[in-house]
Design a protein around this ligand. Structure first.
Ligand SMILES: O=c1ccn([C@@H]2O[C@H](COP(=O)(O)O)[C@@H](O)[C@H]2O)c(=O)[nH]1
Length: 284
């Protein structure tokens, strides 16, 4: 999957991975507390060991791994070097990598963020990147363009899993639509006509309860954090997402990672979540 050959669009690659492996996305979130629980030092060597363990245990079986950039950046350039290596190894083992860095800025700076994560030959190239649209959806255009050119994707924050997100995302605009609904509509337009689905996804928390007032049919993936440590369960998915549940990529980070460092235990936990998710999606 690495190299210079052109990539198929992210949406097509993700749909295939979801069909073959199931939709589960496991986070690589090396919290200081998890490093301690795993008997590792809170240093670059501990970070490297943690991340390598997760990649070796799961990259050959889950559809998506989602490193949380913040936990690597806190170690400076050496942490970012670990992140680079983890992304490369995860992709080489067959997982798609969603870089959770939530980038967002004025368009000219956004272009530099896009070069960092979405240009095929960049050291941190990832299959998709989380981005923040709160400087205006239009500010994301350089990332949309570069993602299209390189077969990558984006996950745009729309309705986040944290309770504080409401004050921004549920705010009602002059046209009567909420900010979150507007982001979903922009993504639906981005993905129009794409088959089997578009490459431009939304982040929609699994914690949010009934979202039937929102049109989640964006013809693109819905990255759904919040399962496990934040209190949502796989069984909540049909109630939150309705018929759009078939496009949901449920993310679990601490809920799986707390079972490490034993690789078999990490795999068993991911397998349990995958099974519960499959049965919830089938019932939805
Ligand atoms: O709305 C959002 C967007 C992103 N996240 C990220 O997902 C994981 C969740 O981790 P858990 O340990 O499963 O709670 C983490 O990296 C967040 O930064 C989110 O939770 N909500």
């Amino acid at each position: 999957m690495t190299g210079t050959t052109a990539l198929e669009p992210f949406g097509a690659r993700l749909r295939r991975a979801m069909d073959e492996r199931g939709p589960l996305c496991v986070g690589i979130d090396p919290h200081a507390s998890l490093l301690a629980d795993w008997g590792l030092n809170d240093d670059v060597a501990g970070l490297e060991r943690f991340s390598r363990t997760v990649v070796e245990a799961l990259a050959d079986r889950v559809a998506v791994l989602k490193p949380q950039s913040a936990f690597f950046e806190r170690f400076g350039s050496r942490g970012v070097a670990v992140l680079e290596k983890s992304v490369e190894e995860a992709r080489a083992a067959g997982a798609l990598v969603v870089m959770d860095a939530k980038r967002g800025d004025i368009g000219s700076t956004m272009a530099a963020y896009a070069e960092t994560y979405l240009r095929k030959d960049a050291p941190l190239f990832s299959d998709a990147l989380t981005v923040s649209p709160f400087l205006g959806y239009g500010s994301l255009q350089p990332a949309v363009d570069l993602a299209r050119e390189n077969g990558a994707g984006l996950f745009v924050l729309a309705l986040t899993s944290n309770p504080e997100g409401r004050e921004v995302q549920h705010a009602v605009r002059e046209d009567g639509r909420t900010v979150g609904a507007t982001m979903l509509a922009r993504l639906a337009a981005e993905n129009a006509g794409a088959e089997p689905m578009g490459s431009f996804g939304a982040v929609v928390g699994a914690t949010l309860g009934d979202l039937s007032s929102y049109d989640l049919e964006i013809n693109g993936p819905l990255l759904a954090p919040g399962i496990g440590a934040q209190g949502a369960t796989p069984a909540d998915l049909p109630g939150v997402f309705g018929t759009a549940v078939r496009n949901v990529v449920p993310n679990v980070s601490r809920g799986v990672l707390r079972h490490g460092p034993d690789a078999a235990a990490l795999r068993a936990s991911a397998e349990r979540f995958a099974t519960e998710i499959a049965s919830a999606v089938a019932s939805g």
